[in-house]
Design a protein around this ligand. Structure first.
Ligand SMILES: C[S@@+](CC[C@H](N)C(=O)[O-])C[C@H]1O[C@@H](n2cnc3c(N)ncnc32)[C@H](O)[C@@H]1O
Length: 293
């Protein structure tokens, strides 16, 4: 009798069991995603390959990925890529894994950016917001700012893939410093957009393991009430947004009212909140009034 050769279907079931025992929410889905990655096969092709015998090198790679997932690492981080607004962005340690809810900011920018418009993205991270807008709008240009050199390096790499050329620049700056706007001095932008860190410091410990252990603290911690970054950015915003231009913020759960009040106090009008895919108020917008006379 010939011994049963292990197939990919066997490996998939084994991985799925391992992930379920580790408390992963959708074990079979995640095991399939990782196997697709290892075999370079889409989901349709994966089904055709399931009865193929495994190769040792590929099985080792798959097992290593499954072990990482079992330890809570998100699939996107294991793959090193995340789809956002229909494009693939590289992600890595030191940069926030872009979230689907943030796509509402891209829509908000696209709806308000004038022809030939200029966009400033504060806390650009992987560059997902800025680069998605510029990829949709070949007439537009923009600048991304971040305090993290690691994030900026990933944003630059993403720019080469998604928006190569001169339309985008990234600068290292820290909005807690008095001189932080020097890198864009003299410029006013049609839109200033930001998804800043907004989790209240005391809530960080309660975040899910996939966030707490793998997203950088710098991208999450919004200070005591979660609003530190909004205060900093809003105080500089009148000098960064051109008359008639827009300030667009992502906000955390329950923060829309407080952030709207900050934006209003800085003299912005046409205030509003935009909802994400789950119906939550996810973005706050305000317009700098046109100058009179
Ligand atoms: C929530 S992440 C957003 C990343 C990306 N825009 C996105 O939506 O996926 C916030 C970003 O703000 C950056 N950041 C945090 N503090 C900063 C500061 N003081 N000055 C500039 N950037 C800062 C972080 O490094 C991080 O990349």
């Amino acid at each position: 009798m010939t011994a049963h050769k292990q197939t990919w279907l066997d490996a998939l079931h084994h991985a799925s069991r391992q992930l379920r025992e580790a408390g992963i929410e959708a074990p079979l889905r995640d095991a399939r995603l990782l196997l697709s990655e290892v075999l370079g096969a889409d989901s349709a092709r994966l089904i055709l390959m399931e009865t193929d015998p495994v190769s040792e090198a590929e099985l080792d790679r798959f097992s290593e990925m499954v072990t990482r997932r079992a330890a809570g690492e998100p699939v996107s981080r294991i793959k090193g890529r995340r789809e956002f607004y229909g494009r693939e962005f590289q992600v890595g340690p030191g940069v926030l894994d872009p979230r689907p809810d943030t796509e509402v900011l891209v829509d908000a920018c696209l709806a308000r950016l004038p022809r030939g418009g200029r966009l400033l993205d504060l806390g650009a991270g992987s560059g997902c917001i800025l680069l998605s807008v510029l990829a949709e709008r070949s007439d537009a240009s923009g600048v991304g700012i971040d305090i993290s050199e690691t994030a900026l390096a990933i944003a630059q790499t993403n720019a080469q893939d998604i928006c190569p050329g001169e339309r985008v620049a990234f600068y290292l700056a820290d909005w807690t410093r008095r001189d932080w706007t020097d890198c864009v001095s003299g410029s006013a932008f049609d839109i200033v957009v930001s998804n800043p860190p907004y989790i209240p410091s005391a809530d960080i410990a309660d975040l899910g393991r996939d966030v707490r252990s793998f997203d950088p603290l710098l991208a999450l911690d919004g200070g005591r009430d979660g609003l530190d970054a909004y205060r900093r950015i809003v105080s500089a915003a009148p000098g960064l947004v051109c008359p008639g231009g827009w300030l667009i913020f992502e906000v955390g759960i329950g923060q829309a009212g407080d952030v709207t009040a900050l934006v209003a106090a800085a003299g912005f009008s046409d205030l509003g909140a935009l909802r994400d895919l789950t119906g939550r108020r996810r973005a706050v917008i305000g317009r700098r009034p046109e100058s009179r006379g």
